[in-house]
Design a protein around this ligand. Structure first.
Ligand code: KMH
Ligand code: ZN
Length: 270
């Protein structure tokens, strides 16, 4: 089995310091957290920026500062969010793609997102995919429901996204697909054979789905965007603590962990 790619989703747009006191917010904090995760075994860092008040922002300058600060510390793959927060406009969300990062997320469908709606019309999807193509950015296709895989394949047919695709199954968001193992199997069986995939289990689903992905040949995302606990009722100390655990479990199960350069090869990054 190929080595395991671990993605650290450091902050997200929804987690707050009230919920998770160790949440990295500023560019310096994000860069330090990325570096700790890199040392613990992460090869990709998924980043959401925050403004000076700690609120989610998709501002180009803030992402630029974060990218530069992370690159000064290590060669982890920088993957900014184009999902942003549910209230961001598509134009706001697209700003980090201007930085031509190696990867960025691309959500291929609309779903309920707790009390909100995460909006991704066909028009947005086409626009986001075209811009990523133009800037040479590999999309990580974020799917929160099965039908979003079909939408991704539609983008391939239109020539806006190149195969092999890399999917992230985000599972357990209230209002979208559950985090049950049977649903992970269904998702994994529904993508093209040459595609790679990772799973981001929300909350209590993070660890069991991560372990399942290790054994099924997928990859794993962990971090405060998805889960703030180490164990039930026990707040995690850091994102790196979650990365360390999944890396340890993977090695125990006989699967080595990829370095960023190994991840670049597995994902066909240019
Ligand atoms: N914050 C969610 C509404 C992404 O990063 O691309 C969307 C999200 C997906 O987190
Ligand atoms: Zn995200």
């Amino acid at each position: 089995m190929e080595k395991l790619i671990i993605t650290a989703a450091l902050t997200g747009a929804e987690t707050t310091r009230d919920l998770q006191p160790n949440l990295p917010l500023t560019p310096d904090e994000l860069a330090e957290a990325a570096y700790e995760c890199y040392k613990a075994g992460a090869s990709i860092v998924h980043v959401h920026a925050r403004d000076k008040d700690g609120n989610p922002t998709q501002d180009y300058e803030v992402y630029k500062e974060i990218k530069e600060k992370i690159e000064a510390k290590c060669n982890i793959i920088f993957q900014p969010s184009t999902g942003g927060a549910v209230h961001h406009s598509p134009e706001e969300r697209l700003q980090p793609v201007e930085l031509s990062p190696e990867m960025a997320t691309l959500s291929t469908g609309t779903c309920n997102f707790g009390p909100d709606v995460f909006m991704n019309t066909q028009e947005y999807m086409d626009k986001f995919a075209s811009m990523m193509k133009e800037k040479g950015v590999k999309p990580e296709v974020e799917v929160f429901e099965r039908g979003m895989i079909n939408n991704a394949m539609r983008l391939v047919k239109k020539g806006l996204v190149e195969e092999p695709l890399h999917f992230d199954f985000v599972m357990g968001v209230p209002g979208a697909i559950t985090g049950e193992l049977r649903d992970l199997i269904y998702m994994k069986e529904s993508i093209p054979e040459n595609a790679t995939w990772t799973v981001a289990g929300i909350g209590r689903y993070e660890l069991p789905l991560g372990v399942a992905a290790i054994t099924l040949g997928g990859h794993v995302r962990v971090g405060f965007e998805d889960n703030i606990y180490y164990n039930k009722g026990e707040i995690a100390e850091s994102n790196a603590q979650l990365v360390e655990r999944i890396a340890r479990v993977s090695r125990e199960l006989g699967r080595e962990v990829a370095t960023p350069d190994e991840a670049r090869k597995i994902l066909n990054l240019k």
